[in-house]
Design a protein around this ligand. Sequence first.
Ligand SMILES: Cc1cc2nc3c(=O)[nH]c(=O)nc-3n(C[C@H](O)[C@H](O)[C@H](O)COP(=O)(O)OP(=O)(O)OC[C@H]3O[C@@H](n4cnc5c(N)ncnc54)[C@H](O)[C@@H]3O)c2cc1C
Length: 478
Amino acid sequence: MVADVATTRPRRARLAAPAAHGRSPKDAGHLAVRAALLAGGVAVAALWWLGTIPGSVSDLGDQVTAVGRITGLLGAYLVLVQVLLMARLPWFEAAVGLDRLAAWHRGLGTNVVILLSAHVLLTVEGYSLTGHHATLSEGWTVLTTYPDMLKATVGLALFLLVGFTSATWARRRLRYEAWYLVHLGSYLAIALAFFHQTSTGADFVGGDPRHVAARGLWTGMYLVVAVAVFCWRIVLPARGWLRHAMLVDQVVPEADGVVSVWVRGRRLDELGGRAGQFLLWRFITPGHVWTAHPYSLSAVPTPHRLRLTVKNAGDHSGAVAHLRTGVPILAEGPFGHFTAAAAQQQKVLLIAGGSGIGPIRALAEELSGPRLPRGGQRRGADVLVLYRASREADLALADELDALAAEGRIRVRYLVGRRLDLGFDPLGRGALSRLVPDVGQRDVFVCGPAEMNASVRDTLLQLRVPRRRIHVEEFSLA
Ligand SMILES: Cc1cc2nc3c(=O)[nH]c(=O)nc-3n(C[C@H](O)[C@H](O)[C@H](O)COP(=O)(O)OP(=O)(O)OC[C@H]3O[C@@H](n4cnc5c(N)ncnc54)[C@H](O)[C@@H]3O)c2cc1C
């Protein structure tokens, strides 16, 4: 069945300022961050070039060693970039978004493993060619006689383990918590590998001013990254904990396997959270304390209350239903660009599926609200919500959507039923164009299971909704 529960006409919408077409500020942000990171890579290669004494790479052994060095330097640089991408730097988050930063971080992983492995193999092979020794015995000499080389080897082993456990097939088999614990080992790996770089690297040792400068620059880079991680991943959340004193206020059942957690605290408006954004929530109680999970805001934040709505998808999300009132919360964020600020049109279509209803419900409230939002002008928009579920028992927050519809702020349609039983896809091309004849004039926000997101995105493109007006929130940071 396709239940059309409420189809209230929206109030006449105020017109928002038309958005600039062409490149969005977010695209410019991506480009700026990419350009800065690329410039860093070029600087690393230039330093190596300038630090290489002319005529010192004449024979094959020297040439192989030189390639080994540059792969090591680039590998080390990319490791620092990876850490920086996940250091929660507010500028990176504003320009790129945590989800995409996480994707970049992951994408660089394979390159790091290849570069660091090549560094070891090529450097040892280069030394053995120059010294006319067997490769294995040269490797043993390097390991046992060069300063800090044992530490670096343990560091490399840790990097390889992190890379191995992050491969898609391994991730599927590993519990998230186990993978995360191994992943934390990369901080130790960086610390262990750092020393061999400055104590044995041919571009760093000795009093040559170029080498002194290289030592200073690299030490500076490591320090900047360490300070960034310490400030934004440790100090800031701890400060937020003291300042906002967030606690679980109430846990409310919403649907089969879905609960809302009301969070109370002080000065929560200072967090600057907006409908559609998410935070990384760490509940300070047994079973939760070791991991922080991302959940979106499912109501517009107020100075004293926030709300998240969680569907039981595994250990952590299932245990959220059993949280007790008063459990302290350590939260990082808010993060994300899935907000009303992304809307370019006054007409908006919101499409939810599964736990995607949380951010969609919050967006419906903010977009249809009577007042101007902080830093935006999208309120009072013409908002249509499509909420897809297999069974009525799966519909969460429907009462609240109905209440918004009854006030004339939104229209909502519940698309309930399995595709097999319905005989068609209620979010397919035909159904969508019938339900939303003006879809091409709308901004469309989509949040649901990955498969639904992908097929709705394709359908919207077929219906000629411009790509820049399709905003999809994936519930995955990989
Ligand atoms: C940006 C974002 C917003 C989200 N908002 C909501 C929401 O509002 N409501 C909701 O119900 N769900 C939301 N999720 C999904 C939710 O985070 C996962 O369902 C939950 O973390 C699963 O953990 P688990 O231990 O219950 O299940 P598991 O079986 O342990 O994990 C299931 C999958 O969830 C992912 N995952 C698990 N733990 C984490 C973690 N700590 N960080 C990142 N990913 C993890 C992994 O890909 C894993 O394969 C959101 C996810 C993201 C990325």
